[in-house]
Design a protein around this ligand. Structure first.
Ligand SMILES: NC(=O)c1ccc[n+]([C@@H]2O[C@H](COP(=O)([O-])OP(=O)(O)OC[C@H]3O[C@@H](n4cnc5c(N)ncnc54)[C@H](OP(=O)(O)O)[C@@H]3O)[C@@H](O)[C@H]2O)c1
Length: 205
């Protein structure tokens, strides 16, 4: 069955964004990805680049990981604020929101219902894995449904911000098995963990 994969950039201290919820990698942001990080991302996860970035970089590769992307309304609005109504036109794109009533783009499906039920339904369909973009609040709501976490770890600490599973996450310890890892010269690392450590095997590079 296809997996729900939380593929997410995190600081060393476990934050996905600063406290104000703006785009930390945008103009004037505090989080500048290293060149080797971007190169690895383009080579290994080209489908996770937003459409405008793919066009600017001349990336046309379909990618091997994901054909569907799900995100929370606040993450979606980061793109909207930059005038991008569908950042992933090359993927099936769902946005969870109980307040947006009309989708700004025909390529984006708004989902007001329970994310867990909808993700379970998506998992039953065939296809590549489902990419959970974030943010923390939606990831917290989907905590029990996440099969794999791919952390794009940056050598950066910020002290406070939006945590990986949001500010409202409950206490629910879970161990994960490392199945892949790539550590880059810049100090950034791509770490892949699966929920079931008993069956996880290291294929790290
Ligand atoms: N580091 C990264 O790779 C990365 C990736 C993505 C985003 N981000 C950052 O994350 C931040 C946004 O994250 P966030 O945690 O504040 O918000 P978020 O998870 O993106 O969005 C929260 C919204 O999603 C909807 N939602 C959440 N749980 C739901 C549920 N159970 N049922 C239905 N709808 C639900 C709600 O929308 P309504 O209020 O409309 O109901 C909620 O307000 C931004 O700063 C963004 O830049 C970082």
């Amino acid at each position: 069955m296809r997996k729900l994969v939380y593929y997410i950039a995190s600081t060393l201290d476990g934050f996905i964004a600063g406290p104000d919820g703006s785009d930390p990698t945008g103009p004037g942001g505090f989080w500048t990805p290293s060149e080797d990080y971007l190169r690895h991302l383009i080579e290994q996860y080209p489908e996770t680049l937003p459409g405008p970035a793919r066009a600017a970089l001349g990336v046309t590769a379909e990618g091997t990981h994901f054909d569907t992307v799900v995100e929370g309304r606040k993450s979606y609005e980061v793109g909207l604020a930059a005038g991008v109504t569908d950042a992933y036109p090359h993927l099936t794109h769902l946005v969870f929101s109980r307040t947006l009533t009309e989708s700004p783009d025909p390529g984006v499906e708004l989902v007001a219902g329970d994310p867990v039920a909808r993700v379970r339904e998506l998992k039953r369909h065939g296809g590549k894995d489902i990419w959970l973009v974030g943010g923390g609040e939606l990831a917290g709501a989907l905590y029990g449904e996440i099969d794999r976490v791919i952390v794009k770890l940056s050598p950066l600490t910020i002290g406070t911000g939006i945590p990986l599973f949001g500010r409202a996450a409950g206490f629910a310890p879970n161990t994960w098995g490392l199945v892949d890892h790539t550590v880059l010269d810049s100090g950034a690392a791509f770490l892949t963990y699966d929920r079931d450590p008993a069956t996880a095997q290291s294929t790290g590079k």
